[in-house]
Design a protein around this ligand. Structure first.
Ligand code: ATP
Ligand code: MG
Length: 546
């Protein structure tokens, strides 16, 4: 894997040269356990973990659980499974809530130093007093309370004397600052809520902008990598650590652009809504951009890491073509998986000049690109199935597959000519009557006439029925350019497969010859029933930028 080289690493290189943190590089991935991780988080995970790896440093997994109402152990477990699936292992698994005592002490220190005060304005009033980008804010009438009064009120907030929203603790910074985040931001709020870790010990909780820098500093994080929307919060991040004054060389916050993908929604809130409303099968629905979803879909961790590396790290927001992710999946699978013959919308073919009770075993390569992957034997007899897409009664221009009067190669078998189309009473196709040329057996060294089409087939007698779930993008643009759910994001079909498919294990991937890459669904595949998810088609519409 090529090394990521990016502006973040340039900053770290300079810090190492200046020995800002000595030789230490320590990053963290700080998810809020309020949903499943998605491909955007994968980018952050790859960036934080590979950065630590590159410098021989460490990376923590830290749950940002400062918000008491939303956490859920189901999410915690999924996050750990996802990080490990991507191939990373954290140095320490930590909880922001473990630092509540220290955060409280830091707040008391700020009050003692005249840098924080208890404010009785309600949320609407605070917003009103904050001013606008054009106008400075107004100072709260509670801003100049004495240190003693503030200490007592904050203590009483903690003791539960006040209702939610009745009082807050604010940093005393600058109500005229051009940066709105610096206009006396709220750093503690009252929330009488049960916390999954601290129970009912606390009824005041620290705000993100106050808590996050302290979490980083306590853990000795050197470089705190976050997404671009926090750029304007960096002065507050620095202010908090400087005002507390406990850490001589505080961590450096660095912002990068979050990943946006075409045909994909990446907001946890929106994804949760789809799960709750049953629009999708669950967080791991193979159409979901969650890591659990793309894993079940059949994407590989190697492909996801390769993708994260190729898109690099940018300082400006942009939209990445989801086709690039699919390209990475295809690139990773093409030399790894065996091929199988599978047809959908089957059409029966009868080889009228082939002996009635004969079966031949045809030797077919498992992976054309990788001869070391060997060959397998596939039965061939008088009655076969071909894919519905491989026959046209009235061919369009440049159609080289089966049509009346045309000769094609049956992959790994013989040259076959279509002679007659036999219909049912309702006019639908019953079967095709074809003939084969015994001279043209594959591997016989036959060097006769050329044919333009090669198609695959499945022996009718031994064919195994499988379920195929054909996936397409979950989201598409409607005629007004609005993103809507794709009504054809999943289309289920029945396939006929060569007998070897019976051995497919849950989670095993294949190339269905000429069709695409598929995985035996890890939840639905049993010994008796095989359910396959389409991972990605064979052809790409994605082109590298020139
Ligand atoms: P969402 O907005 O989807 O709820 P979030 O940012 O609130 O996501 P967190 O759990 O707070 O979710 O995110 C953990 C880490 O992942 C953060 O450092 C965040 O910046 C990063 N992250 C989240 N989404 C993306 C994305 N699309 N691209 C890159 N990094 C992301
Ligand atoms: Mg967040």
């Amino acid at each position: 894997m090529a090394e990521i080289n990016n502006f973040i690493h340039n900053i770290i290189d300079k810090d190492l040269e200046a020995q800002k943190y000595g030789d230490k590089v320590h990053t963290r991935f700080p998810p809020e356990p309020n949903g499943y991780l998605h491909i955007g988080h994968a980018k952050s995970i790859c960036l934080n973990f590979t950065t630590a790896q590159k410098y021989g440093g460490k990376c923590n997994l830290r749950y940002d659980d400062t918000n008491p109402v939303k956490e859920d152990m189901e999410y915690v477990n999924s996050i750990e499974a996802d990080v490990r699936w991507l191939g990373f292992e954290w140095e320490h698994r930590l909880w922001a809530s473990d630092y509540f005592d220290e955060m409280y002490e830091c707040a008391v220190k700020l009050i003692k130093d005249g840098k924080a005060y208890v404010c009785d304005l309600n949320a609407d009033q605070i917003r009103e007093y904050r001013g606008t980008l054009k106008e400075p804010g107004k100072e709260s009438p509670y801003r100049n309370r004495s240190i003693e009064e503030n200490l007592q009120l904050f203590e009483e907030m903690r003791e539960g004397k006040y209702a939610d929203g009745e009082k807050v603790l604010r940093a005393k910074i600058d109500m005229a600052s051009p940066n709105m985040n610096m206009r006396d931001p709220v750093i503690y709020r009252i929330a009488h809520a049960e916390h999954h870790n601290t129970g009912d010990k606390w009824c005041i909780y620290p705000m993100y902008d106050y808590a996050h820098p302290i979490e980083d500093a306590i853990e000795g994080i050197t470089h705190s990598i976050c997404t671009l929307e926090f750029e304007d919060h960096r002065p507050l991040y620095d202010w908090v650590l400087q005002a507390i004054g406990k850490w001589p060389t505080p961590p450096q916050q660095i912002e990068f652009a979050r990943l946006n993908l075409t045909n994909t929604v990446m907001s946890k809130r929106y994804l949760k809504k789809m799960v709750d409303e049953g629009t999708v099968e669950g967080w791991d629905d193979p159409r979901m951009p969650t890591i659990a979803g793309i894993r079940r879909r059949g994407y590989t961790p190697e492909a996801v890491r390769d993708f994260c590396e190729r898109i690099g790290v940018a300082k400006a927001n942009s939209m990445v073509d989801v086709g690039l992710l699919e390209h990475c999946v295809r690139e990773d699978l093409k030399n790894k998986v065996e091929s199988r013959n599978v047809v959908e919308n089957p059409i029966k073919v009868v080889i009228t000049n082939y002996p009635e009770d004969q079966t031949e075993e045809m030797e077919i390569e498992n992976n054309r690109e990788v001869p070391e992957m060997g060959n397998r034997m596939v039965p061939f007899s008088r009655e076969l199935y071909v894919d519905g897409d491989d026959f046209m009664e009235v061919p369009v221009k440049k159609y080289f597959r089966l049509f009346p009067g045309n000769e094609v190669r049956f992959k790994g078998a013989y040259f076959i000519t279509c002679n007659d189309v036999i219909k049912n009473e309702d006019g639908s196709i019953k079967e095709l009557h074809c003939t084969y040329d015994p001279e043209t057996r594959s591997g016989s060294g036959f060097e006769g006439r050329k044919v333009k089409g090669t198609i695959h087939w499945v022996d009718a007698k031994t064919a195994v029925q499988i379920k195929i779930r054909n996936y397409d993008h979950l989201m598409i643009d409607d005629e007004n350019g609005e993103q809507i759910m794709n009504p054809e994001s999943v289309v289920e079909t029945i396939g006929y497969a060569e007998p070897m498919i019976k051995e497919a294990k849950p989670g095993e991937r294949f190339q269905f010859f000429r069709k695409g890459y598929y995985i035996a669904d890890e939840k639905l595949t049993t010994d008796d029933e095989k359910v396959f998810n389409k991972i990605v088609g064979l052809k790409t519409s994605w082109k590298p930028a020139k």
